[in-house]
Design a protein around this ligand. Structure first.
Ligand code: AHR
Length: 498
């Protein structure tokens, strides 16, 4: 059976700009994300500083705008001073967040250099658990002040004459979570975040700050936490952060419809932020930083204390996961008016698109591909896609569209990109009404599909799931028509014909 849908893509129906930061990621000192992930001295592909070139190449393919660092839960017990100075003098510590051994061989200087080498900016999180507002000011001074003060001179002494100029900063991580080291209630966090923000902006007024919103839409304190925190910090901060991970609990459609829940979550956070804006009579609009999102089989996570670089949170993603992930990407793009930062958590090994073998290979997981395709192609402005699609009845969310999709128009490149995910068991024919662009020429059609939804990429079979490029010999038209097989992810690219 084939279902036919007409989708309207109107050049003037702009949602908002899709900047590089919407395609960001996250590196935490957790498991094998840093050690044996990006950094493995002695590996045949390691550069002179111990960073793996094979991993770096894959990271570049993902076109990340920013990389959030160094945590995560880890940051709430982390002293940034442990990660500077000569490597052989750095302390080995117990990391309480993940019950691991932290040798501090990578710190702020090494990480900023690494991010630069892959073309990304750093989004640095300060410690609001065991940390103080003053230490947060010191790390801003160390990173961004030119020279002539204690901490900026220390940076120069440590070999970094030029400041790192980190623009994006997080005021802690998931402080609403009882699992957080030195968790606070909303009022205590709101007050501490405000004082921290003041000091950080005094140290460098050009920085942008993200304050902790809720760690998930499932938190019992959501959205009160967000309201209270913003009531303290609204004037000082630029972004409210939100996190959400999805998991397949056995109902396939509910899982594939995760994109719908993510959208609902974003709208509730926007409403909460705008409520505080109204209370404050503020002219400023706080944007959202979705600085942790992904699929995470959290119920299967088990820690392995007290090890160095333990194999933890190493989810192996299937084709089904890649389809659910594609829907989440669409939701982020469709909320580009308010979500300005989106961090795929995390980058390597830990719930990540890249997986490494100690001393061996680095491979692309299934979720690598939809992300790489979106980050490379879906640029410019997000367009609102209108049309009546096939609807499926989910258990968890009621009726949901069987065709999550998103579109962008990059006027500079003269290109329109469209992502469509067919999450139904039916073939779908889609006609794009692009008359507002005049006539368009099909440039690219890339598909991720396959009969076996449980298929995964492994070290021994790294290309089991990978995209297929289809030849585009479609005519120049204003209403291109495409076919989507059941359970498939598609990227279409069109050029405006002159
Ligand atoms: O990304 C894994 C963990 O998930 C992070 O450390 C934490 O912020 C979140 O709960």
């Amino acid at each position: 059976m084939t279902n036919k849908t007409k989708l309207l893509l109107d050049k003037d129906s702009v949602i908002g700009p899709v900047g590089k930061r919407l395609y960001s990621t996250f590196v935490e000192h957790l498991g094998r994300c840093v050690y044996e992930g990006i950094y493995e001295p002695g590996h045949p592909c390691a550069d002179k500083d111990g960073f793996r070139e094979d991993v770096r190449e894959l990271v570049r393919e993902l076109h990340f705008g920013a990389i959030r660092y160094p945590g995560g839960n880890f940051v709430s017990g982390y002293n940034w001073r442990d990660g500077i100075g000569p490597l052989n003098e750095r302390p080995v510590r117990l990391d309480y967040a993940w019950s691991s051994i932290e040798p501090n061989q990578i710190g702020i200087n090494e990480f900023c250099d690494y991010a630069k080498s892959v073309g990304s900016e750093v989004m640095y999180a300060v410690n609001i658990g065991t940390g103080t507002p003053q230490e947060a000011g010191y790390v801003v001074e160390y990173a961004n002040f030119p020279q002539g003060t204690f901490f900026s001179d220390l940076r120069v002494k440590n070999g970094h004459k030029e400041p790192h100029n980190i623009k994006l900063w997080c005021i802690g991580n998931e402080m609403d979570g009882p699992w957080q080291i030195c968790h606070l209630d909303a009022r205590d966090y709101g007050k501490k975040a405000l004082e921290t923000a003041k000091i950080m902006k005094w140290a460098d007024p050009s920085i942008e700050l993200a304050v902790c919103g809720s760690a998930s839409s499932l938190q019992p304190t959501f959205p009160e936490w967000d309201r209270i925190v913003l009531e303290y910090t609204y004037d000082q901060v630029d972004y409210l952060s939100l996190h959400r991970y999805y998991e397949n609990f056995g109902n396939e459609l509910d899982f594939l419809a995760s994109y719908h829940e993510m959208d609902k979550f974003i709208r509730s956070v926007v409403a909460t932020a705008d409520y505080v804006k109204a209370v404050k009579r503020s002219k400023k609009t706080v944007m959202l930083s979705f600085d942790e999102w992904n699929i995470w089989y959290q119920t299967k996570t088990q820690l392995k204390p007290w090890k160095f670089a333990p194999h933890i949170l190493e989810d192996n993603y299937s084709l089904l996961d890649a389809l659910a992930f594609g829907g989440l990407l669409c939701t982020l793009i469709n909320n580009a008016d308010r979500v300005r930062i989106g961090c795929l958590a995390q980058m390597v090994n830990v719930i990540a698109p890249i997986f490494t073998e100690k001393g061996g290979k680095a491979i692309r997981q299934t979720i690598f591909y939809p992300f790489a395709m979106a980050a490379k192609n879906c640029t410019g402005d997000a367009l609102r896609v209108r049309g009546k699609t096939l609807v499926l009845e989910s258990n968890a969310y009621g009726p949901v569209s069987a065709l999550p999709c998103a579109a962008t128009w990059d006027a500079e490149r003269g290109e329109i990109s469209v992502i469509c995910v067919n999450i139904s068991a039916e073939n779908q024919t889609v006609e794009f009404d692009m008359r507002s662009f005049g006539r368009v020429k099909p440039l690219e059609h890339t598909v991720i599909h396959g009969g076996d939804l449980s298929a995964v990429n492994t070290l021994t079979d790294p290309d089991r799931v990978k995209p297929e490029s289809r030849i585009c010999h479609g005519a120049v038209t204003d209403t291109p028509e495409v076919e989507l097989e059941p359970m498939s992810f598609h990227l279409f690219k069109f050029a405006v014909a002159v």
